[in-house]
Ligand binder design. Structure first.
Ligand code: NAD
Ligand code: IPM
Ligand code: MN
Length: 367
């Protein structure tokens, strides 16, 4: 049998820096665990625009459709801020999500014990936190029509449309219920059914799907209250199911519960392919961090934990994913910190590549 295939798209800003550390981890699995992957690399975002004049070449899109998993760093940056909207770096990422039909975006927020003191919230609010946000990723206001900037009388109007079909809601909901069944069997669905018809439909469909999962305790919450509850008492949640835009915002908010945006991984999953594996793209939740790019300061953990999610969800290597997550936990417990995780007195930051190296050393120790 051929090796599973991975397409690496480092992208822009800190993307290539954090992805270099993931490459070390992938090599380690090849050398030490005999887990070989066929790895190829290509361009996305501004890096692709610089070469092709668009943020994702058609050939890259085709490759992404064929591989077992895509790993993406980050896209975007000030250099590309003034580009026409249709070729902005972010459009490359959105095309990948849409054309691969990656409707279920898993964004786990876990507070490692070693970082509980570091969150901007009080330690007892976040210690032991382990929640999973399931963000619908291929529809909603990100993709709804009509959209655009139009002339209206003597001024312009900017339009985006929140749009959800029942089947789009249903498939995202099913993936969240399936996850809840494997976790603590609690699911909170967030929308704004008080002001949005799409929210009313969302609530109806989720309630209908719940009938197939009688063991899961379902609750509904308005998303604005959800944002407040996430910082007031985040441990009340197990799985949170929400739409594309609310999920974007709520997951950045959840990031600070873990100590840093540099900690949050994600998996974007679609329907199973012929080989039974889901279409999949793995990426950190953070962006290209232009303020620290090129300085060796980025925290590679979000990207490394995204690879752990690939081991779990694409490659059926749950215990190897556990091994990698435990290695990350250990380096944090040992006091290793990139700059974004500083706060304790007397601790000085290590670089992106040093963080990769101590994680590799912890992997070695795990053997
Ligand atoms: P950002 O996530 O890039 O950065 C927000 C803040 O978090 C910055 O201060 C940054 O230094 C810090 N940060 C982020 N990741 C970090 C890491 N790994 N280690 C240490 N610190 C980290 O968000 P932004 O500044 O709003 O956006 C910058 C660019 O990235 C924009 O072009 C945006 O569109 C793009 N973006 C891309 C993605 C993606 O590729 N998935 C996600 C979000 C934003
Ligand atoms: C994210 C990002 C993206 C989003 C952008 C870069 C398209 O913020 O993955 O969270 O808005 O979905
Ligand atoms: Mn975001």
């Amino acid at each position: 049998m051929s090796n599973p295939s991975i397409l690496i798209l480092p992208g822009d800003g800190i993307g290539p820096e954090v992805m270099a550390e993931v490459r070390k981890v992938i090599s380690w699995y090849g050398e030490k665990r005999d887990l070989q992957f066929d790895v190829s690399e290509d361009l996305v975002g501004g890096a692709a625009y610089d070469v092709h004049g668009k943020p994702l070449a058609d050939e890259t899109m085709e490759k992404a459709q064929e591989v077992d998993a895509v790993l993406l760093g980050a896209v975007g940056g000030p250099k590309y801020d003034d580009l026409d909207f249709s070729v902005k770096p972010e459009r490359g990422l959105l095309r990948l999500r849409k054309e691969m039909d990656l409707y279920s975006n898993l964004r786990p927020a876990q507070c490692f014990d070693a970082l509980a003191d570091f969150s901007s919230l009080k330690k007892d609010i976040v210690a032991g936190l382990d929640i999973m946000i399931v963000r619908e990723l291929t529809s909603g206001v990100y993709f709804g029509e009509p959209r655009g900037i139009f002339e209206e009388g003597n001024e312009r109007v900017g339009i985006n449309t929140q749009r959800y079909t029942e089947s789009e809601i249903e498939r995202a909901a099913r993936s969240a219920f399936e996850l809840a069944m494997r976790r603590n069997k609690k699911l909170c669905s967030m929308e704004k059914a008080n002001v949005m018809e799409s929210g009313i439909l969302w609530r109806e469909v989720v309630t209908r799907v719940a009938a197939d999962y009688p063991e899961v305790e379902l609750s509904h919450m308005y998303a604005d209250n959800g944002a407040m509850q996430l910082v007031r008492a985040p441990k009340q949640f197990d799985v949170i199911l929400t739409d594309n835009l609310f999920g974007d915002i709520l997951s950045d908010c959840a990031a600070m519960l873990t100590g840093s945006l540099g900690m949050l991984p994600s998996a974007s999953l679609g329907a199973p392919m012929a080989n039974g594996r889901p279409k999949a793209l793995y990426e950190p939740v953070h962006g290209s961090a232009p303020d620290i790019a090129g300085q060796g300061k980025a925290n590679p953990i979000a990207c490394i934990l995204s690879f752990a999610m690939a081991l779990r969800y694409s490659f059926d290597q749950g215990s190897e994913a556990d091994r990698l997550e435990t290695a990350v936990e250990k380096v944090l417990a040992d006091g290793h910190r990139t700059g974004d995780l500083l706060g304790e007195e007397g601790v000085s930051p290590i670089s992106t590549s040093e963080m990769g190296d101590v994680i590799i050393a912890a992997l070695d120790d795990s053997l």
